[in-house]
Structures are given as C-alpha cells and as structure tokens.
Write a protein that binds this ligand. Structure first.
Ligand code: PLP
Length: 395
C-alpha cells in the first residue's frame, strides 16, 4: 500500500478527531522512522514525546518479545514477577519519599488517579490548576486542562477547579486564602503544548512551602518531563523540592502504553482496597517494557545526555531563532515568524518536529540517545527549512 492508500483507508474508518502528518509510518530504528514509500525521517517529535530512547531500543524489544511468549497478560488479581520488578525499579529511581506506585495505561489516567488520591487523602475536593496546562482528555483531566476548546464542554465535571496564572505564586496564595476546600495543586512543570513555558526554580520551591502550610497535595504532571527527559528522573529534583504525587506516561514504556503515579509514602499509607483500579494497568508487556527502559537509562547513564543535547541544539540553531526554551530533551524554538511553514519544510527535508499552542514555537523532543551527527543533520535541515519557509512567505 502506498502512503495515499493508507491515508484514504484510515480516514474512511477512523472518526476524525486527530490532525495528522500526511504520512504513514511503517518502521522505526533509533532516531529515524520510515514511511510507506520508503522515505526516512529524523524523528524529533517521537510520537508525541514518547520515544525517549529512540525507536525500537533493543533491550526493550528483547524484553517484550520474551514476555509475549511467556504470558501476555494477567490483571492485578494475581501477583507477577515482572510487575514486582518494574515497581521496585521505578520506586528506586523515583525521588526519595515517593516509594510507591500505581500503574495504569496512559497519562490522563495517571492524572485522574492522582486527583482521586489527593481528594481521598485530604477529604477535600477543590483543585488548583495553571493557565496553559494540559492534563489529558478524560473528563477529570479535561476539567483541569486550560485550553477552552477542550475544557469548556466538560468544565462542570470538577466545578471547584481554580485556574491561576502559571508562575504567579501570589495568585496561588490568594486561592488558598480564599478557599478552605483545596485538595490539590496540579501543575505541568514545563507546559509543553502551551509552547515550552516554565518558571524559575524558586516558584516551585515556594509552591511546595505554600502547599505544606495549607495541607494541600502537590501533584506534578510529569507525563512529558519525567523519566529523565530533562536530565533528572523527575524535574522536581532539579528544582530542589519534592511533590507528593508525580504522574508519568509517554517515555516510561518506550512506546508500549503505560502510565504510573508515584505516590508519597504518607499518602500511600492511607490507600485502601478499591480506591482505584484498572484491568490493564500493570500488564506484563508494559511492565517488561518499563523495566527494560529504566535499566537502559541507568546502564547507559542517558539522563546525563539531556543537558548536552539541549546545548548542542542551541548551538545548531544559533542566532536563527529568537530563543531556545525548555530543558534537556524538551525544547522549544521560538521563531520570529510562524512555525507552521517551517515545520512543513522540515518534514519535506526529512525531519519530524511539533507545533505548539504558540504559533511561533517549534517543539523538539529528541531521544536521549541522539548522536552528535544527528544533531548536525537537524541543524542543516533546520537552516534549509527556515530559508525555504522565509522565501516562500516573501514570494
Ligand atoms: N499530561 C501531559 C503533560 C501531556 O502532555 C499529556 C498528553 O499529551 C497528558 C497528560 C495525557 O496523556 P495521554 O495522552 O497518555 O492520556
């Protein structure tokens, strides 16, 4: 089948909820994917910030292949060595004090779980979220997601959700002082979809203190930042503070669907049978992928690559951009014009990258395994794409 055949078939039978790249991918290896017509792309999009170790990392492929032949699935009604190992490895890599885990299947489920745990722990129901945040598409996560077009039809699901400007500690303080029913603050520490926006470390430290003073559970949505993408397992480690709950997904299984909530010991102590559950969460294939992913990150010391790659990309784009935002392998390139034509030109040149809520910002989510040569390749394609987009606009 050609790309065009596949596009026609998929569009005929899938409901049209997604805006897609006009290409059909059939293979991935390392930092590259290939489409149905044999064209190769350097993948700095990673299927929505998923492929932190590149495509089909060998240890993960091997672990999943072995597991699929042994036992594809059994639910949490029975114990499993592969789940036990994944839970231990994750708890060991988590920030100190977050030594318990709940496994689920996606980022939005991890956020739903965190919200439930916070409400149970505090006995309160109000949530504070940040303007610009994205937390997922299920109803609770949507009610805490800022973008009006996603949230508005479902905002009544969590009517006590208060939005405050990201980075404004006084606004958060004011909500705490005016409401005594706040269970949790949910925050995306680098707002990715919003355009790779973050705040100084002192903001997160002050947030920790405020939450402690008011008995509020602090939830970091690290669905994008987590698992070492920004240079530490949790970005909170680089801020010098620890949230009470951290949600993970995306990179955790190298593409095998999995989500997780890291849970502070004090919250875990109060959890009872029936508080949360999922059939597929903690399934064997996902757990094999999690352990192999985490082992590879540790064994190859890949987290140390994150700041290096950030610097290299900064050097590669140089003065062609207004600013380079973000941290580690979660990068925003701020252009002095619209990103869309540059993204199209990049794709034509064989590079996949992402747009964002800010029309001038390109998002790059390169794997931690990206080589120096691949960054040079990106740099050359970027310069060419920028030239092409600028000359097309001028014409
Ligand atoms: N939180 C953040 C920060 C995300 O970027 C996403 C997805 O893009 C989600 C939550 C939802 O994750 P999922 O699509 O796996 O449900």
């Amino acid at each position: 089948m050609t790309t065009q055949d596949i596009i026609r078939l998929e569009d005929t039978f899938q409901i049209p909820t997604y805006k897609k790249f006009p290409l059909a991918l059939v293979r991935g290896e390392g930092r590259f994917v290939w489409d149905a017509d044999g064209k190769r792309y350097l993948d700095f999009y990673g299927g929505h910030c998923v492929t932190l170790l590149g495509h089909c990392p060998q240890p993960v492929v091997k672990a999943v292949q072995e597991q699929v032949a042994n036992l594809i699935f059994y639910s949490n009604v029975a114990y499993s060595p592969v789940r036990a190992h994944a839970a231990r490895r994750l708890a060991e890599m988590a920030p100190k004090g977050l030594g318990h885990v709940f496994f689920c299947n996606s980022g939005t489920e991890a956020n739903e779980t965190a919200l439930k745990l916070a409400r149970k722990h505090t006995g309160k129901s109000g949530i504070v979220a940040m303007e610009g945040d994205f937390h997922g598409r299920t109803l609770g996560s949507l009610a805490t997601t800022w973008t009006q077009k996603y949230r508005a039809p479902y905002a009544d699901v969590l009517p006590e959700t208060h939005f405050v400007p990201f980075g404004d500690i006084d606004a958060l303080k004011a909500v705490f002082e005016q409401n005594d029913n706040i269970a949790a603050v949910l925050i995306e520490p680098i707002q990715s979809m919003a355009g790779i926006t973050t705040a100084p470390d002192t903001y997160f430290q002050a947030m920790r203190t405020l939450c402690d003073e008011h008995g509020v559970v602090l939830i970091f949505d690290e669905v994008q930042t987590g698992v070492g993408r920004t240079g530490t397992f949790s970005i909170a480690e680089s801020f010098g503070m620890t949230p009470d709950l951290i949600t993970l997904a995306k990179s955790l299984g190298s593409g095998v669907p999995v989500g997780a909530v890291l849970v502070a010991d004090a919250i875990a102590d109060g959890v009872e049978y029936g508080d949360q559950g999922t059939t597929f969460g903690g399934g064997m294939l996902a757990m094999a992928a999690v352990t192999a992913t985490l082992e590879m990150i540790q064994k190859e010391q890949l987290m140390a690559r994150a700041p290096v790659i950030f610097e290299q990309i900064m050097d590669a784009v140089g003065a062609q951009v207004q600013a380079v935002r973000g941290k580690g392998c979660l990068i925003g390139l701020e252009l002095d014009g619209p990103a869309a034509p540059v993204l199209t030109a990049l794709r034509e040149a064989g590079v996949l990258a992402g747009s964002s809520g800010e029309p001038n910002v390109i998002r790059l989510m390169p794997p931690l395994t990206t080589t120096d040569d691949e960054i040079m390749l990106f740099g050359n394609c970027f310069a060419e794409a920028l030239r092409q987009a600028t000359s097309e606009q001028a014409a």
